[in-house]
Design a protein around this ligand. Structure first.
Ligand SMILES: Cc1ncc(C[n+]2csc(CCOP(=O)(O)OP(=O)(O)O)c2C)c(N)n1
Ligand code: SF4
Length: 314
């Protein structure tokens, strides 16, 4: 059974399935996302977790932060582990060997594990139609191994493999539109969420978990270490991301019906978002200002496209 989180008081008093003690950096949004996902479920849940910051920070033998069945598997195949468990559940049920409540099957992975290295496995699971939800912790970088660029890293970001300097303004390529790709698999439900917009997130997580078939959630996860901002500003950072529309919140049902779920009252310029993060600091040099303009153009174009698709119902 999934559940509504009505207010933050109730949220803070929810039975914890993810313990307070972990080794995530102070201010890491990964922990917020885990809590918001686990707090959306009352009954059984089974997690498959790819390697990355979440895994190395929450399961250091002999300790664990998890009070739910949790499988850590290779960097690339959290999706396959969960799909295997889901197939086993179906087989046992068919043979009358399992009478209990149906568990929710969830895979967690970072953007490196999801956009790049695990993509083939995720795509296979979606094509085969496993009944599970994949949640990507999108911090736009391979954080656990020192901040290499991923397919999710935005244009102009300085990373350890796209360092900004005298001859480079940072990453030259744009972020992959993974939500569109997952929707194109014919998934019954895909959505983008940000943990600072927790009501919107709770609703989308519930929908994803309650929808039969493979569903996908892309969760914004501000990384204090690699984005380079003070660790007490995590929520503000994600507020700026959604209010500048750099990270728009929307969902796509049955592969095509697009709905925007959050419209900022005051849309802020992207430079207000970029300016508070070390990874974009170099863009404010006169020779790189054109990249900020390019990012603003891309954001405006995407927002226009989302609104048109919503209006047209396609
Ligand atoms: C096949 C394989 N390649 C590379 C690695 C090394 N590795 C472990 S974690 C990681 C980065 C994880 O990045 P991401 O998935 O974005 O998660 P984050 O750490 O940012 O949360 C890498 C490259 C590995 N364990 N296995
Ligand atoms: S490096 Fe980033 S994603 Fe990893 S634990 Fe620290 S803040 Fe979180």
């Amino acid at each position: 059974m999934t559940k509504d989180v009505k207010n933050l008081k109730q949220f803070s008093k929810s039975a914890e399935k993810f313990e307070g003690a972990n080794l995530l950096c102070p201010g890491c949004a990964h922990g917020m996302i885990i809590r918001e996902v686990l707090n959306s479920v009352d009954g059984h849940i089974l997690i498959g977790n790819s390697t990355g910051c979440i895994e190395v920070s929450t399961a250091v033998y002999p300790y664990t932060s998890w009070d739910v069945p949790w499988i850590h598997i290779g960097f690339e195949n959290g999706s396959t582990a969960v799909a295997g468990a889901e197939a086993m559940y179906k087989a046992l049920k068919r043979k009358g060997k399992y009478q209990g409540e149906k568990p929710r099957f969830v895979a967690f992975g970072g953007d490196g594990a999801t956009y790049d290295i695990g993509f083939q496995w995720i795509s296979g699971c979606f094509e085969r139609g496993h009944d599970f939800t994949y949640v990507c912790f999108d911090n736009e970088v391979y954080a656990n191994t020192g901040g290499q660029r991923s397919g999710s890293t935005p244009l102009g970001s300085s990373t350890s493999t796209t360092p900004a300097g005298r001859v480079s303004y940072g990453k030259k390529e744009k972020k992959k539109d993974l939500l569109a790709i997952m929707a194109a698999h014919g998934s019954p439900y895909v959505a983008q969420v940000a943990p600072n917009k927790w009501k919107d997130m709770n609703k989308k997580i519930k929908t994803a978990l309650d929808t039969e078939g493979p569903t996908f959630i892309n969760a914004l996860s501000a990384c204090t270490t690699e984005w380079r901002f003070d660790c007490n500003n995590t929520v503000e950072m994600m507020d700026l991301a959604v209010d500048s529309l750099v990270f728009p919140l929307y969902e796509i049902v049955n592969g095509h019906e697009l709905r925007i779920t959050y419209r900022p009252k005051n849309i802020i310029p992207v430079r207000d978002y970029l300016g508070v993060q070390g990874r974009f600091k170099h863009l404010f040099k006169p020779e790189n200002e054109h990249i900020i303009e390019q990012i603003q153009k891309d954001v405006d174009k995407k927002w226009e496209m989302l609104q048109k698709r919503e209006e047209a119902g396609v």
